[in-house]
Write a protein that binds this ligand. Structure first.
Ligand code: BGC
Length: 928
C-alpha cells in the first residue's frame, strides 16, 4: 500500500504534521497527499477529475467544507468520478442543519477523524485496514514545539510536520523540504500544482510526496498494525505504570456526578475511561444501547440517532441479516458520535411477559435469542465499536433488581439463559460482557466466580473483559478475584469506587495478585486493539439518516407479527375507502420503552407526545415521531382516513360505525427498573377495543407493547397485528403491512399466554409502580427451570392464545418431503417449501425436537430458516440443528451430551402444531 501526506493550507497558518505507519515500509515506498485550498463548485468537478487522475494522489484533502442539509457535496461527485472513497470528518452541525468539516477523498476506504487531541493540538488522522496516517496540526510549529508534538502523537509513528521553517529536535531526524520536516521518510517533496476550475481559473493545490525511509522503527511498537492484538497488548502493558493500569479499571459516569461537569474528555454518555496520552491509549467512551445510540437529556448538543424497533421486533424477523444490519446501524452511529463501546447486545430470556425490560431482549428461546443477539453484536463490532453483551446473567425481572436473588439449578441455567449467552458469544464474539445487578443463587452477578471466572472465562474461553452494571459492584478484591475486570461509574452508583483505592491496597498487600491486575488490564487493551479502538478511532460526523431509516423500517416490516386475520380483512382492500384510526396517539407517533436504552432524539426531533406520565426516570414516556395516520394517508391517498383519540369509547364507537374499517392502536409502556403489574392493557384500552369492535365488525387491532397482553376482545376482532415498539419508522412500516405493500413475515419469539395463570409464577407480589404488596427477594426460577415459554406450555399441556413461532402471511406455504440425516452431533433436515399463495412472501420453517421421557425439557427449537418465495415458487431448504439444543448439559462432567434414544423431529410453523415429522434415533454423543 502506498500512503502519502500533504500540506493542508489551514487558514490561520496552521502547520500540519503527518505520521505514517513505519510498518508500511514493506509496501509501496511513498505516500502522497494533495491538498485543495477550497472546495470546488459542481461545475468544476469534471475538469478537476481529469486533472487529478494524472496526479495520482493517494489522498485528497479539503478543509473547512460546508455541506447544507440534503445538498449533494461536489466533492462527493468528484470522489465518485475518481473512484475514491469520500469521508466527511469532524462535522459541526448548526441549527439549520448545515455541516462544517473536512473532506477526505482516498484511493482506499479510510477512517478519518480530526480534532484537538488530548493536549489540544489539532490533527487529521487517516487509517485503512493496515496503516495509520496522522497529520498533526500545530499553529506556528517550531523546533521547540516539535518534541512535545511528537510525544502527543497517539500513534508514535514516524511523522511529517509541515512547518514554516526547517526544524530539528532530539529523536527526530528531520528533513526540511519547503517547510516540510519528516521522520521515517527518506525525504519530503512538496510542490505547488496548477489546477484549473471548470471555467479555466487557477485553483491552489499543493502536493506532498513522501518516500518511506528504509528500516524506520516506530517508537511505540504496539502501534504496529501488522502485529496481533495479543502481542500489541503485551508490548503496551510492559510500558505501563501501576497508576496507568489502575486508570483502566474504572469508568466514570459520563454524564457527570450530581449534575456537575462532565469528566474531562467525556463526550456525554453512560461511561468514560480517560485515555493515556503518553502511550497513545484512547479513551473509552461508552453509550447505551440496544435500540440505538442514546443521548440522555440531549447532553450532546446536535447529536441524534436512529430509534430502532425493540428487541422482540428484531427477534420476530427470525432473520439473522435483519439483526446484523440493525447492529451495524447502531455501531456505525455510535462511532460517528464518538463512541468506541456500545452497551448493547442484550440477551436475557423472557421468562415472564411482565418483565419491564423484555423490549430490550430477544424473546424466550436460547437458540433464536442467541442467534439474533449474536448477529446484532457482529453488526455492532463491524464498525470498530465494542459490543457489551448483557446482563450476565438471569436478570430476567426488574423488580428490586439490585437486591433480589434468582434461584435456579446448574443444568437448568445452562439449558436456558446461559445457552442464549453462549450462542451469542460464539456468533458475535462480543468484546465485553456486563455482569448483572441481581444475585444468582445468593451471589451477586458482579462477584460471581462461578459465572464470570469458571463459565464465561474458563469454559467458554471468553477473551474479553467484564464490566459491571452501573451500581452492581459491592466489593473490590472479592469482585476482582471473581472475574470482574472493570467497575462502571462506581463514584456515582456504588458505595465506593472499589476498583480504585480498595483494589490498589489489595494488590499492594498481595490479596489480589499483580498477575490478576495485569490480566484485567490486558483483557481491556486487547479488546480495544482487536476492535479498532486504537487504529480506527471514532470520528464525529453526521449519521446517515436515510440508511438508518431503511434499517429501522425493514426491521418493523419483517418483525411485526400478523397474529390473526379472519376473513382476510387484511391487507386493506382497495374498496375500503373510509378508515378510522383510533387511539394510541397514532396521529403523532409510536410508543417506545423507557430507561437507559431510550433513544429520545432522532432526525425528526424529540417526543411527539410530551407530558405522558411518568415524565421522570424511568420515563419520559416516548412517542417517536412516526405517525401511522400520516403514513397510511400517504399509502392510501384515495381513502378518507380520520383519527379519533379514543379517550371516549362511545365517541370512538360512533366513528367506527361510520367507517368501512376501524383500526385501533393500543399501547403499553414499559421501562427499565420496574416490572409491569400484570398483562392487562392499561387505561381501559380493552373496553375501547370492545366498544369499537361492537360498532364495526371490521376492526383491526394494532398493538404496540412490551410483549404479550391479555386479549379478552379477541373473538370480536378479526385482525390483530403485533408491532412491539416499532421505532422511528414504525408508522411507515405498519402502514406498509396493513395495505399489503409488504407481506407480513414476522413470527412470535415468545409464547402468547392467555393470561398470568399460564405462567410459572402466576402471582408475583410487588410488581409495578406503587405495588400494594411488598416485593419478593427470591425469584424461584427452578419452578420452570429450562422449560421457559413454549417448553413450559408443552410440559404443562397449556394452550396459549398464540404459540411461540406463530405468525401469518398474506400468502400460504406448504412443506413436503422432510428428510433428516444424523451423523454424530450433526443433524441436518431438508424440506421442500412452496409458496402456494398469490403473493410473494417469506415463510419461517421451524425445526423442533421432541424429546423422549427422561429429559427435563419436552421440546426444543433446534433450527430455523426464513425463505422468501415468489408465488408458486418451490425451494428445498436445509436446516442444520444447533448441536447443543439436541443435548442435555451435564453439570458434573461440564459437557453437553446427546443421550441415545428415540426422538422426533417436527417441522412446523410454530411450536404447537407439527406439520411434518420424522422419527430419529440418536446415539450417545458428546457435543464439541
Ligand atoms: C442498565 C444497563 C445500562 C447502564 C448504563 C443500567 O442501569 O441496567 O443496561 O447499560 O445502566 O446506562
Amino acid at each position: 500500500m502506498k500512503t502519502i501526506t500533504k500540506q493542508l493550507s489551514l487558514s490561520a497558518a496552521i502547520a500540519l504534521a503527518l505520521s505514517v505507519p513505519a510498518f508500511a515500509a514493506d509496501t509501496t515506498p511513498s505516500f502522497t497527499v494533495l491538498a485543495l485550498d477550497k472546495a470546488p463548485q459542481a461545475a468544476d468537478v469534471g475538469s478537476l477529475a481529469t486533472q487529478l487522475t494524472s496526479v495520482q494522489a493517494d489522498v485528497v484533502t479539503v478543509l473547512d467544507v460546508e455541506r447544507a442539509v440534503g445538498a449533494i457535496d461536489p466533492l462527493q461527485t468528484l470522489a465518485d468520478q475518481l473512484g475514491f472513497a469520500y469521508r466527511f470528518v469532524q462535522a459541526e452541525v448548526d441549527a439549520q442543519g448545515t455541516a462544517q468539516g473536512q473532506v477526505i477523498l482516498s484511493r482506499v476506504p479510510v477512517q478519518a477523524e480530526s480534532g484537538p487531541d488530548q493536549i489540544g493540538r489539532g490533527y487529521l488522522r487517516l487509517a485503512d485496514d493496515r496503516h495509520v496516517v496522522a497529520l498533526y496540526a500545530q499553529a506556528g510549529a517550531d523546533a521547540t514545539a516539535l518534541p512535545a508534538l511528537l510525544q502527543s502523537s497517539r500513534l508514535g509513528a514516524p511523522a511529517v510536520l509541515l512547518a514554516s521553517q526547517a526544524v530539528r529536535a532530539d529523536g527526530f531526524a528531520a528533513t526540511a523540504v519547503d517547510g516540510v520536516a519528516s521522520n521515517g521518510f527518506a525525504e519530503g517533496r512538496a510542490s505547488t500544482l496548477d489546477l484549473r476550475d471548470g471555467a479555466g481559473r487557477k485553483l491552489q493545490a499543493r502536493l506532498l510526496t513522501l518516500p518511506y525511509a528504509q528500516g524506520a522503527t516506530p517508537p511505540q511498537p504496539w502501534m504496529d498494525t501488522t502485529l496481533g492484538a495479543d502481542e500489541r497488548t503485551r508490548l503496551l502493558l510492559g510500558e505501563m505504570t501501576q497508576d496507568e493500569k489502575f486508570q483502566m479499571l474504572r469508568s466514570y459516569f459520563g454524564l457527570g456526578k450530581d449534575g456537575g461537569p462532565l469528566p474531562e474528555g467525556a463526550v456525554g454518555s453512560a461511561g468514560f475511561v480517560p485515555g493515556v496520552a503518553r502511550l497513545g491509549i484512547p479513551a473509552q467512551q461508552s453509550a447505551d444501547a440496544g435500540v440505538g445510540v442514546t443521548n440522555p437529556g440531549g447532553i450532546r448538543k446536535g447529536d441524534f440517532a436512529t430509534a430502532m424497533p425493540s428487541g422482540p421486533s428484531t427477534a420476530s424477523s427470525w432473520n439473522p441479516l435483519i439483526a446484523y444490519v440493525g447492529g451495524a446501524t447502531m455501531g456505525r452511529e455510535a462511532w460517528q458520535q464518538r463512541f468506541n463501546i456500545l452497551l448493547g447486545g442484550s440477551v436475557n430470556l423472557q421468562r415472564d411477559p411482565r418483565n419491564g425490560r423484555n423490549f430490550e431482549y430477544a424473546g424466550e428461546d436460547p437458540l433464536l435469542g442467541g442467534v439474533i443477539v449474536g448477529e446484532s453484536i457482529r453488526g455492532i463490532q463491524s464498525q470498530h465499536v465494542i459490543s457489551t453483551m448483557k446482563h450476565y446473567a438471569l436478570n430476567d425481572m426488574e423488580t428490586r433488581r439490585n437486591f433480589h436473588s434468582v434461584q435456579i439449578g446448574d443444568q437448568a441455567m445452562h439449558e436456558s439463559d446461559l445457552l442464549a449467552f453462549e450462542i451469542a458469544i460464539e456468533l458475535g464474539k462480543p468484546g465485553s460482557a456486563m455482569c448483572s445487578y441481581n444475585k444468582i443463587n445468593g451471589i451477586y452477578g458482579c462477584e460471581h466466580p462461578y459465572l464470570m471466572n469458571q463459565v464465561l472465562k474458563q469454559e467458554w474461553k471468553f477473551p474479553g473483559f467484564v464490566m459491571s452494571d452501573w451500581g452492581g459492584v459491592h466489593s473490590g478484591s472479592k469482585a476482582a478475584l471473581a472475574g470482574l475486570d472493570q467497575q462502571s461509574a462506581g463514584e456515582v452508583f456504588d458505595a465506593t469506587t472499589f476498583f480504585d483505592q480498595p483494589l490498589r491496597l489489595a494488590v499492594a498487600g498481595g490479596t489480589v495478585p499483580q498477575a490478576r491486575l495485569d490480566d484485567m488490564v490486558s483483557r481491556i487493551l486487547r479488546t480495544m486493539f482487536l476492535h479498532g479502538n486504537f487504529d480506527n478511532p471514532p470520528q464525529h460526523q453526521p449519521i446517515d439518516v436515510e440508511a438508518g431509516y431503511a434499517a429501522a423500517q425493514r426491521t418493523v416490516e419483517e418483525g411485526s407479527v400478523l397474529l390473526r386475520n379472519e376473513g382476510n380483512l387484511l391487507p386493506l382492500a382497495d374498496s375500503v375507502k373510509r378508515i378510522v384510526i383510533i387511539g394510541g396517539h397514532a396521529d403523532k407517533g409510536v410508543i417506545g420503552g423507557g430507561g437507559s436504552s431510550m433513544v429520545g432524539i432522532t432526525a425528526k426531533g424529540t417526543n411527539a407526545v410530551p407530558g405522558v406520565m411518568p415524565t421522570t426516570w424511568p420515563g419520559p414516556v416516548i412517542f417517536h415521531p412516526s405517525s401511522p395516520l400520516e403514513a397510511l394517508r400517504a399509502e392510501r391517498p384515495d381513502a378518507q382516513i380520520t383519527y379519533v383519540d379514543g379517550r371516549n369509547p362511545a365517541a370512538a364507537a360512533r366513528a367506527a360505525a361510520q367507517a368501512d374499517v376501524a383500526l385501533v392502536f393500543a399501547t403499553q409502556w414499559s421501562a427499565e427498573s420496574v416490572d409491569l403489574p400484570d398483562m392487562q392493557l392499561p387505561d381501559q384500552q380493552d373496553a375501547l377495543i370492545s366498544a369499537v369492535a361492537k360498532a364495526n365488525p371490521k376492526t383491526v387491532v394494532v398493538l404496540e407493547t412490551n410483549g404479550p397482553v391479555r386479549t379478552p376482545w379477541l373473538a370480536q376482532v378479526p385482525a390483530l397485528l403485533q408491532a412491539w415498539y416499532p421505532g422511528i419508522r414504525g408508522g411507515e412500516g405498519i402502514a406498509a403491512l396493513l395495505t399489503g405493500k409488504v407481506n407480513p413475515s414476522g413470527r412470535l419469539p415468545v409464547t402468547w399466554v392467555v393470561d398470568e395463570s399460564q405462567l410459572p409464577r402466576p402471582h408475583v407480589p410487588g410488581l409495578g409502580f406503587n405495588p400494594k404488596q411488598p416485593a419478593v427477594d427470591i425469584f424461584d426460577f427452578d419452578i420452570e427451570g429450562a422449560n421457559v415459554g413454549y417448553k413450559w406450555a408443552a410440559a404443562k399441556g397449556l394452550v396459549p392464545t398464540f404459540a411461540f413461532g406463530h405468525g401469518l402471511s398474506y400468502s400460504s406455504f406448504a412443506y413436503e418431503n422432510l428428510q433428516v440425516s444424523v451423523e454424530g452431533q450433526r443433524l441436518v433436515a431438508s424440506v421442500d417449501v412452496r409458496n402456494t399463495g398469490a403473493r410473494a412472501g417469506a415463510d419461517v420453517a421451524q425445526l423442533y425436537l421432541k424429546l423422549p421421557q427422561g429429559h427435563t425439557t419436552p421440546i426444543r427449537l433446534v433450527g430455523f430458516d426464513k425463505v422468501s418465495l415468489q408465488p408458486g415458487e418451490q425451494r428445498r431448504i436445509r436446516i442444520e440443528a444447533e448441536p447443543k439444543t439436541l443435548a442435555d448439559f451435564d453439570p458434573t462432567a461440564r459437557e453437553w451430551k446427546i443421550a441415545a434414544g428415540d426422538y422426533q423431529l417436527q417441522l412446523g410453523r410454530n411450536a404447537a402444531e407439527p406439520l411434518q415429522v420424522v422419527d430419529v434415533k440418536l446415539q450417545d454423543t458428546m457435543v464439541r
